[in-house]
Design a protein around this ligand. Sequence first.
Ligand SMILES: Cc1cc2nc3c(=O)[nH]c(=O)nc-3n(C[C@H](O)[C@H](O)[C@H](O)COP(=O)(O)OP(=O)(O)OC[C@H]3O[C@@H](n4cnc5c(N)ncnc54)[C@H](O)[C@@H]3O)c2cc1C
Length: 373
Amino acid sequence: MTTAAHRIVILGAGYAGLAAARQALRAKGAQVTVIDARAEFVDRVRLHQALAGQPVRRTDIRKSLERKGIEFVQARVERIDPAARRVELAADGAARGAGWALHYDSLVYALGSRGDRSAVPGAGEFAYSIATPEDLARIPELTGKVAVVGGGATGIELAAELAESRPDLEVELVSAEEPGSWLSAKARDHIRATFDRLGVRVHAGVKVREVTAAGLELVGGERIEAGIVLWCTGFAVPDVAIRSGLAVDADGRVLVDDKLRSRSHPAVYAVGDCALMPGSDGRALRMACATALPAGKYVGASIVSRLRGREPEAHSFGYVLQCISLGRRDAVVQRVRPDDAPTDRVFTGRLGVFVKESIVRAVGGAARLSPLT
Ligand SMILES: Cc1cc2nc3c(=O)[nH]c(=O)nc-3n(C[C@H](O)[C@H](O)[C@H](O)COP(=O)(O)OP(=O)(O)OC[C@H]3O[C@@H](n4cnc5c(N)ncnc54)[C@H](O)[C@@H]3O)c2cc1C
């Protein structure tokens, strides 16, 4: 008599989900299935480059997974039924009629994040996000004055990239804090100097009260006119976990234990941006490809260990670097302590570009399951 293969189902073909799939393949006799609404993997960490008009590689997810013996289902995940061990999927256009479901034995929840434009009135209506390829497709042609809101890593990378690649644009960066405020003074100064060189006008220490068709209205009454507002103030997560009854924090991120299993449903692993992954000091890890990819790898390896009858060690993660591109000819690479606190070691210029580009290439290669990485 033959027994059915153990079915490992991974929700999300982003950095975390694909890293988990790659490891899960090592489970002998198991069937690995990845589900994603998209047909193509596009490096999210290069979306600012895509908006600036640079070619960014797109990879057919089905082809790259099936080459490795991993099944791919292109569908939108609606809900998980943890009691029945089923994932409920949206109806596939007219073809399938009602929604359908897939059974799993082990489940990885890795649905990532999207842009969040909910905090300020008018942002949802008049501002654009650059957090996903679908967001990019909605942005009209950039002309004239462009306001980038958010002095975090995404806003900094976007403003620099646009200013360098599109000198025809007037780029304004609007931020409640000094851009890169969490970095060392040396790194912050370099970012400022680069913005000066590229002609990016920085409005730091200001808060946006409302976004309108004409641009930004600030707390205090000042206005910044802009034809296009690009909103880079943070990410929000899908509500699939909430709809499935998994324990989540106030932002909807799945609460996990030190082995990245759902605290309410330990049979479900949750990883990447959509999970509140604790670091070694108990504080949540940053939403980043830098944390999602190794954590996905850990979860895939944990599933394999458990199938072999071994209990995995707790997840541990120490930060090393923070890398922020400043166009194609400059970058700031901040050396950090394992708890992500900046040191005074910073690499910029060509060395910075080399480090940042090598990392981005390596993570893209790993996500695409390319044989070289
Ligand atoms: C412009 C930009 C630059 C960035 N630069 C950096 C950087 O330099 N370094 C860094 O560390 N991080 C960077 N990030 C952040 C990084 O991209 C994310 O933290 C990372 O993608 C998270 O990986 P993930 O696997 O958790 O989720 P994702 O990469 O978001 O993947 C999630 C997947 O789930 C799928 N999905 C979601 N909901 C559903 C559903 N209901 N049904 C089916 N499929 C679904 C999506 O289609 C997606 O493929 C950047 C982000 C942006 C936007």
